[in-house]
Write a protein that binds this ligand. Structure first.
Ligand SMILES: [Cu+2]
Length: 134
């Protein structure tokens, strides 16, 4: 239940942003102080926008697909070669998000424990990143 609520909330925010903000109150100041639901991992083609993300315990990472490309995101360990591509990987089975080849599709995973976790896309060897949950 909680996970679904987070995903919906993030989706709504993204929609508002994408539409250019028709709500007049958005102009006054920043969003500082508002409860942050986590971070969005934007996936453009076969690249994660960032290599490292930071959220709080109980918050989610939301994976947003910018292109009609299939992804499968799992948590696990990996090794990366000098070209930035994974040479080894081990899915730890914590979660598995199948992202369909749908532009604008979003799926999220809530992290309930603090720690540093690595995740990757099983399909694309260059999609590797870390999240610190504090
Ligand atoms: Cu991928």
């Amino acid at each position: 239940m909680r996970r679904t609520a987070v995903a919906v909330a993030i989706g709504s925010l993204a929609l508002v942003t994408a539409c250019g903000g028709s709500s007049g109150s958005a102009k006054s100041g920043s969003t500082t102080g508002a409860a942050k639901p986590g971070e969005t991992v934007n996936m453009t083609f076969t690249v994660f926008e960032k290599k490292a993300y930071a959220i709080k315990t109980g918050q989610a990472l939301t994976f947003a697909n910018a292109n009609p490309i299939t992804h499968e995101i799992v948590e696990g360990t990996y090794k990366v070669g000098p070209d930035g591509l994974r040479t080894e990987e081990k899915d730890d089975g914590a979660f598995n998000l199948k992202i369909p080849a749908t532009k604008g599709f979003m799926a999220s995973h809530t992290f309930d424990k603090a720690g540093t976790f690595t995740f990757f896309c099983t399909i694309h060897k260059g999609m590797n990143a870390t999240v610190v949950v504090s």
